[in-house]
Write a protein that binds this ligand. Structure first.
Ligand code: SF4
Ligand code: SF4
Length: 412
């Protein structure tokens, strides 16, 4: 049934051409279990579904830039030819004044010269999954036999650099690497010369609804972000980009963030399965959140449906603790997927990460306000790193750590 009320202006579709199928078997991957949703499927998106996805995504949006996003499972298992055909389909449907931005999330294992040449030529933005240096990356990420794939991922990154492919690193923050924030950050920045990072917290429940041992502890998550933030704000503003920091800054600056976890409502980002089924969100690929199939209703109609609006609005149903929180304007209770803490006398659950989020928001408030001030007055954010006067060794360090300069960034 067509439930369309209005045409959405902009939305985001994460297409999974191989469904949950992957060539690795990472311990924390929630998607591997999703293959059970499609028993007997070969998990290959047909060209017909690919064309419908691209055509409908372009036609439903009235914006100068439209993103065609691919992820998995592992999308490169479709083979390069599939994406070559997809780019041709984009050319067929994109109006002349619309820029198509292609993104692909990959574990990097299959990337070779041919792939990188293609990704560069077609301006793909690549998200590469990497959890830190070898001993941290290998903790939960490995192939189906349990072997390390770290060297292959690093080769993929070097190859992307050689071919000037734009990429960012997607690093999960889990119970292990969260203990080594600066080792992770400096490895990415100094050893890999990477500039764009996404840190995604792992929060998982097992079949008995207990938190898994891979899940990041809330306080540890907050401390992880703070350590990296302090280093970033002291020396890397304008040089490296951490998606979460930018997302929080946007909330200070404009009153809203484009990062879905920091927005008051959800619903603008749907997941598209290999057979054309559309789900409310990448984290809710579950029969209860199935909106329909693009071969029966268009993506635009499904994104605008009452069911999706209801899903989106539910993000704003917060416990009193969040409603009263000084940082609610930036946090909005973070992702509903992570709201698993039952509170006394409260029927809404609190986010598992809350304690760490609060630590981070409180610690960075002064800096975020300063960055906002700089940007509003037309100055570059990087000016925050310029000390007004020469810093004495016994002065407080300008990074905001509360330590003397000589014990912090002025350490010899
Ligand atoms: S459920 Fe979480 S990941 Fe999905 S749109 Fe909402 S905030 Fe984003
Ligand atoms: S920091 Fe905690 S209390 Fe505040 S809005 Fe976020 S989840 Fe809610």
């Amino acid at each position: 049934m067509n439930q369309t009320i209005e045409k959405p202006v902009a939305f985001h579709v994460m297409a999974k051409p191989t469904g949950a199928r992957c060539n690795l078997h990472c311990d924390y991957c929630f998607f591997l279990r999703k293959t059970e949703l499609y028993p007997c499927s070969d998990f290959y998106m047909s060209d017909e579904t690919m064309e419908a996805y691209i055509k409908q995504t372009i036609e439903a949006q009235n914006t100068p830039e439209i993103t065609i996003a691919w992820q998995g499972g592992e999308p490169t298992l479709m083979g390069l030819e599939f994406f070559e055909r997809a780019v041709e389909v984009e050319k067929k449907y994109a109006p002349r004044d619309v820029r198509i931005l292609n993104t692909i999330q990959t574990n990097g294992v299959l990337l070779n010269n041919e792939w990188c040449e293609f990704l560069h030529k077609n301006n793909f933005l690549v998200g590469l999954s990497l959890d830190g240096p070898k001993h941290l990356h290998d903790k939960f990420r490995h192939d189906k036999q349990g072997n390390s794939v770290f060297d292959k991922v690093i080769c993929a990154l070097r190859l992307m650099q050689k071919y000037k492919v734009e990429f960012n690193i997607l690093c999960t923050v889990n119970s292990e690497n969260s203990k080594y924030p600066l080792e992770v950050y400096r490895f990415f920045r100094d050893e890999l010369s990477a500039h764009y990072f996404q840190f995604i917290p792992i929060v998982e429940l097992d079949e008995n609804k207990n938190i898994t041992d891979r899940t990041v502890n809330a306080k540890q998550y907050g401390k992880f972000l703070i350590k990296i933030f302090d280093e970033w704000v002291a020396q890397d503003v304008g040089k490296t980009f951490v998606q979460f920091f930018d997302g929080v800054l946007a909330a200070y600056l404009r009153g809203f963030s484009s990062l879905c976890v920091l927005r008051p409502i959800c619903g603008e980002g749907v997941a598209l399965e290999h057979n054309g089924d559309v789900y409310s969100c990448d984290h809710f690929v579950d029969p209860d959140y199935l909106l329909g199939n693009i071969h029966q209703e268009s993506i635009g109609e499904l994104v605008s449906s009452e069911q999706q609006k209801k899903f989106g609005a539910e993000k704003n149903e917060l416990p009193k603790q969040c409603k009263d929180c000084e940082f609610n304007f930036a946090c909005h209770g973070e992702c509903p997927k992570n709201r698993i803490i039952t509170l006394p006398n409260e029927n809404k659950k609190l986010n598992h990460l809350c304690e760490g989020l609060k630590l981070f928001f409180a610690h960075t408030k002064k800096h975020m306000e300063k960055l906002t001030q700089l940007l509003k007055s037309g100055r570059p954010a990087a000016d925050i790193m310029r000390p007004k006067k020469k810093i004495g060794r016994n002065d407080l360090c300008p990074c905001g750590s509360g330590l003397k300069y000589k014990k912090c960034h002025g350490k010899r």
